[in-house]
Design a protein around this ligand. Sequence first.
Ligand SMILES: Cc1cc2nc3c(=O)[nH]c(=O)nc-3n(C[C@H](O)[C@H](O)[C@H](O)COP(=O)(O)O)c2cc1C
Length: 483
Amino acid sequence: MASEVPPKTKPKLTGRDFYNSLGSPKTAVAPMVEQSELAWRLLSRRHSPPNTLCYTPMFHSRLFATTPIYRSQSFYPPLDGSKPDRPLFVQFCSNTPEDLFSAAQHVAPHCDGVDLNLGCPQGIARKGKYGAFLQEDWGLIRSLVSKLHKDLEVPVTAKIRILETRERSLEYARMVVDAGAQVLTVHGRTRDQKGHNTGMADWGVIRYIRDNLPKEVVLFANGNILWHEDVQRCLDATGADGVMSAEGNLYNPAIFQSDEDWEKRFPRMDILGREYLDIVRKEVLPGLEERGRKLLLQDPSITAIKPHLFKLWHALLPKYTDVRALLAKSSARASEGGDVLEPYETCLMEVQKIIKAELNQNPELTDENGRWVGPDTPFEEGAKGVMIEVDGVKFNRLVPWYRCQPYYRPLPEEAIKKGALNVRKSAQCQGISEKKKQKLDTGTGAQLVTERLQQAIKDERDIAKGVEVPGTSTGMESDVRAS
Ligand SMILES: Cc1cc2nc3c(=O)[nH]c(=O)nc-3n(C[C@H](O)[C@H](O)[C@H](O)COP(=O)(O)O)c2cc1C
C-alpha cells in the first residue's frame, strides 16, 4: 500500500517558511528510544514554551512499514484531541529509501516532519548499518533524504553527529541539507563519544557549521543542555535557531520552562510524578486496554514508566534505597495482574510521604510571595547549581534534592573515589570462577577486576538511569540506546 507515490495536494514548505509555520520553536525535546513516547511528550509540552518541538523515539523503518503491531505500538495520537501533540517530528532509522518512504507515509498525515536518524552510535546500529554508521556512505544518505524530499507530503529533516574535523563536519552537513533536509540538528559529539567516552559536546563545531551554511538553513544545536540557562548560552555560542535536549529533559522535563518562577523551573518530583502518571492513566491507557494485558505490558508507554521515574526521582533515590528497590521491582509487579499502574502509584505514595515529612521538618525558603527561592552558597565556578547575582554578589543557587534537577554523571575515577568500588565489590566477584579469583593478584587478575569494575560502574549508571541491566531486558528497543 504505502510505497505508491500519492498525488501532491499543496506545495511543501521549505527552510525558514517551514520553520516559521511551526511557530519558530527555539526548544526541542530530543528523539529518545523508549523515552520520548507520547505520555512523556505531553508532560514535557506542559512544562515548556507552547511551540516546543518534540520528536518521537527512533523507529525502525522496515519494521514500521511492514509490521502493523510495531506500528500501532510505536505511534498513536493523544486521546484528548484538544491537546494536540504538535509540532512533532517522527524519527526513523533506515538504509533503504523505499522502506523509509513507506514508513514515512504512514505518519505523514499526523506529524509536521519526518526525521532521519544519522546519529545512533550503538553496536546494534553498526550491525544493522544505520544511524551514525551511514556516515561513510554519503550516496546512501543522499538517496534516503532526497526520496522523502521529493515524494513525501511533509518535509524531511535530519539529525547528525559531528565528524573528526570541523571542515569535514561542514561538508557533511552541507551534503545532508543539499539532499533536501529542511531542519538539520547537529549533535556536537562524534560517533566515538558514547558510554564512558561521552564527554562534552563541541559547540564550536556547531558554530562553524552555522556560520558557513546559508542563513536559509534551519539549524538546531544538541548537547550540553543541563540547565535552563544553557539554552540561551547555547544559542549565543552556536548561532543556532534552537536547541535540543535529551538527558536534561529526562531529569527535568521543565528544563525549557521560560517562566522566571523557580518552582516552575524545578518542579517538585512528587508533583511531577503525579502529573505524569495521570497523563498515562487518562491520555494513553484507555486507548490501549482493548489490546489485552500482554500487549499492554509491552507498550512503550508502559515500559517507559519505570525508567522515567528513576530519572525524575534520581536525587531522592540514593537516600531512600527502599523506594529505589520498590521501583526496581515495579514492572515485575505490574505483570502479575490488577491495575497496571498500581506498583508505580505505590512508589509515588512513598515519595509523597518522604517529601511531606521533609517539608514539615525543614520548610523551604520562600520570598515575600511565599514562593520557593532556594538556598544559595558563595559562588564557585563550575559548582552545581545555577549562578545568580544579588546586588552585584554572585551565588550558586542550589536545588533541593526533592526537586527535579540535572544529573551529573561521575567520571569513572570519581565513581571509584566515591566508593563505587566498595559498593560493587561483591557484584564484581559474582560469576567469577575460583580459578579466575586466584588470579586476582596477577596482571590478568588486575585486568579482570578492571573489566568487572567498568561493568559494575556501567550497571550502576544504568540502574540510576532506570535502564534494565542484562538479564531483565524488556524487548527489542531496550537494546537500541541511540544517541
Ligand atoms: C535514553 C536516550 C535515548 C535516545 N534515543 C535516541 C533516538 O531514538 N534517536 C536519536 O537521534 N538520538 C537518541 N538519543 C540521543 C539524543 O537524542 C541526543 O542526541 C543525545 O543524548 C545528546 O543530547 P543531550 O546532551 O541533551 O543528552 C537518545 C538519548 C538518550 C539519553
